[in-house]
Design a protein. Structure first.
Ligand SMILES: Cc1cc2nc3c(=O)[nH]c(=O)nc-3n(C[C@H](O)[C@H](O)[C@H](O)COP(=O)(O)OP(=O)(O)OC[C@H]3O[C@@H](n4cnc5c(N)ncnc54)[C@H](O)[C@@H]3O)c2cc1C
Length: 363
């Protein structure tokens, strides 16, 4: 869009995850647009556990940024610093901006390209297939969903899930956690709570490993998967001009218009924000749409007072338990079994997410 004086404004989004990809799709034709992401693709996070037991699932859930971002510049590098006017990437490039959005939800170390990522999933699948017994470390959504996938597709494997907390799925209510525990136990998943496993003290004998918990309990498993959750992706901001906009948990403090505290032209969306609600992708997407609307308004010379506001939402979460079952947490109740499974567990919202990015659901 040409603005007054023929100047084309530069919009930069850092992070091509759930929120960043949707923002990029929405803003690419409205400005001189750049997406900076550590990797060449967007991956639908909640489809990753299915991809471990069915690697071909990743063909649809790992999406090259170029497939939906046809108009903007894509820089495959981590952002390591920002000033009031520029972003510095790990490769030493300086990217100027007029409007900046930070959407670096969680830090993860994954391959740079789709081929590498799919190869990783193939390796995970072989690891699961060839093991008789599997240890899962971590009882948050990742550990629980992985246990559900393996228990469903490979019911003969012995699965042990160890979690440091006193209950599973601490991000939602205790009733939901208990129902999930019962579901897993009914599928012969052994769940050990309030203990941790030190992965430094594994002793190996051919074909099997012995693990020890913090309480001294030992058990054997052929392999393990670490599902302990990822750090908030804000470590790189701690020495930048935004350091005083981070809260004690490393989250960016935003106002009701999703602008970073004290900044007129820097927005933040998704899991990196300090908004008081559970961190979920569908909320990250809602925030992305609010931020996109506000940036478009400002690009068009609209008044700040006309900006859209974002309101925190109450708890609503879906956890898949294999291909047919699921757990739903609503504001006042929870429900487990085939009904929530019908909503999430078959396609894991992959077709829906692809459509939101302007792609064919099945391609
Ligand atoms: C197992 C599991 C199941 C889930 N199920 C659901 C569900 O059913 N429904 C739901 O709504 N939510 C679900 N969630 C939560 C959801 O995935 C997150 O809330 C969502 O991913 C947050 O989106 P985001 O864009 O803020 O961050 P992310 O999706 O984490 O994206 C962050 C992006 O930033 C990039 N990045 C990080 N640091 C840098 C840097 N310095 N420079 C450049 N790029 C950087 C990363 O590479 C990544 O692309 C689930 C999560 C998990 C783990």
């Amino acid at each position: 869009m040409e603005l007054g004086g023929g100047e084309r404004k530069r919009v930069v989004v850092i992070g091509g995850g759930v929120a960043g990809s949707l923002l990029a799709k929405n803003l690419q034709f409205s400005a001189d647009f750049t997406l900076i992401d550590q990797k060449e693709y967007f991956e639908i996070p909640w489809a990753s556990l299915r991809t471990m037991v069915e690697p071909s699932f990743g063909e649809r859930s790992v999406i090259n940024h170029r497939d939906y971002l046809t108009n903007g510049q894509i820089i495959t590098s981590g952002a390591i610093n920002i000033t009031d006017t520029e972003v510095l990437t790990g490769e030493g490039r300086l990217i100027p901006y007029d409007y900046l959005v930070i959407a670096t939800g969680h830090a993860d170390s994954v391959p740079k390209n789709k081929t590498g990522r799919l190869k990783e999933y193939q390796e995970d699948y072989q690891k699961i297939r060839s093991a008789n017994s599997i240890l899962i470390v971590g009882g948050g959504p990742t550990g629980v969903e992985l246990a559900g996938e393996i228990a469903t597709d490979f019911p003969d494997k012995k699965i042990t899930l160890v979690h440091t907390g006193s209950r599973l799925l601490e991000f939602i209510g205790p009733k939901a956690a208990n129902k999930t525990l019962n579901w897993l136990q009914s599928r012969n998943v052994e769940v050990i709570l309030e203990q941790s496993v030190s992965l430094n003290t594994i002793s190996e004998s051919p074909g099997s490993k012995t693990y020890q918990t913090s309480e001294g309990q030992t058990f054997h498993a052929d392999c393990h998967f670490l599902c302990t959750g990822k750090r908030v992706g804000s470590a790189w901001l701690k020495e930048t001009v935004l350091k005083s906009s981070l809260d004690e948990f490393g989250r960016l403090i935003v106002d009701e218009n999703l602008r970073v505290k004290g900044r007129k032209n820097i927005f933040a969306v998704g899991d990196i924000t300090n908004i008081k609600e559970i961190k979920q992708g569908y909320l990250a997407q809602k925030q992305a749409l609010v931020a996109a609307k506000n940036i478009k308004l400002l690009l068009a010379g609209g008044r700040e007072s006309k900006m859209a506001t974002y309101e925190a939402h109450s708890v609503l979460a879906l956890v898949s338990l294999g291909r047919k079952h699921g757990l739903a947490q609503f504001p006042y109740t929870t429900c487990i079994g085939r009904l929530p499974g019908l909503i999430k567990s078959k396609d894991l919202f992959v077709g829906k997410t692809r459509k939101q990015l302007g792609l064919l659901p099945q391609d």
